[in-house]
Design a protein around this ligand. Sequence first.
Ligand SMILES: Cc1ncc(COP(=O)(O)O)c(C=O)c1O
Length: 382
Amino acid sequence: MAVPFLDLKAQYLQIKDEVKPEIEDVLETCYYVLGPKVKNFEEKFAALCGVKHCVALSSGTAAVHGMIWATDLPAGSGLITPPNTFTATAEGIVLAGHVPVFVDADPVTWNLSPEKTEEFLAGCSSTGKPVDPKTGAVIKGIVGVDLYGQPADYKALQKIADKYGLFLYEDAAQSHDGSRFGQMTGSFGDVASFSFYPGKNMGAYGEGGAITTDNDEIAARMRTLRDHGSQEKYFYNFIGHNYRMSAFQGAVLGVKTKYIHQWNSNRIAAAARYNSLLKDLPVQLPVTVHDTRHVFHLYAIHTPQRNELREYLAGMKIGAGLHYPEPLHTQKAYEYLGYRKGDFPVCEKNAYENMTLPMFPELTEEQQIEVASGMKDFFKRG
Ligand SMILES: Cc1ncc(COP(=O)(O)O)c(C=O)c1O
């Protein structure tokens, strides 16, 4: 039996009777950009995250860029982030005019390590303010990433941010409706960013993103930045961008906000089933840390044999992904920062040994048994 990595059609079929009239409404009212559908979505999503503001944007990349831009740091500030993330995290830092400062991840959660962050900051703060020894950038912030759907340790990161007077940002592109310490993703730190790319836990039918925050000033600045720095038509307070959300995506996401919790609960149940099906195999399984709702955007296992295993599964028509196969610090685009292979061993292990298994809310037990039996066969053959 073929098992796809992702099945977007299965979810569409569940909600199509609700989505179609919403899309029809956009067509009939001709309110194609922002407008009532986007506003309705913003209100619902802010409530889901437990924050005052959600500002809907055109993509998750716009959201990472926007959340950093909206905090108005001095040009060339350093922002700490892990290199085992999608390029958009570091790209957003660069697009906002700043410098990514990489720190290694935790070997259990694969999220930014608070211990290594603290150690790094302690080592580069002799003058009283932390300065990145590689680039000379004064460090002004930390961008945590909720990799695979597990929120980073924001309690520890907030303590560090407070100690050094840094902004704390959350890249929550993979963790809609996740939580840690009883607090929802999107509500940690100063401001968070989300992606609604179709394959995300809460995916639009095209590109989409948002920032969420309790900070009135950041939210107001983001609303202006997404619309060319304008609050009043034809008058511009500063240089902005066109990062407005399409009304079609607002309409779809407004419907999906109702279902995301249940869909994520299905993912969590599927992850538990994988854990039990795969427990005797020589692979590192994902760990959900205490007091955390890990929403399993991706179910990532680790093995040094992942390329051979992935090929074997592909032969059985089982889809498996790599998230991500090369860390950012060894990518050509970030060469100018001066890092080398070997600098971040945990992120490198994550990159070279991870493989992500089929995961979506409608994944069946039968499909998971098929994936597990393919993996068992592979290891039995040696
Ligand atoms: C961690 C992370 N940040 C940012 C993004 C960027 O989102 P988008 O693809 O919507 O621009 C993604 C999307 O893959 C992501 O996984």
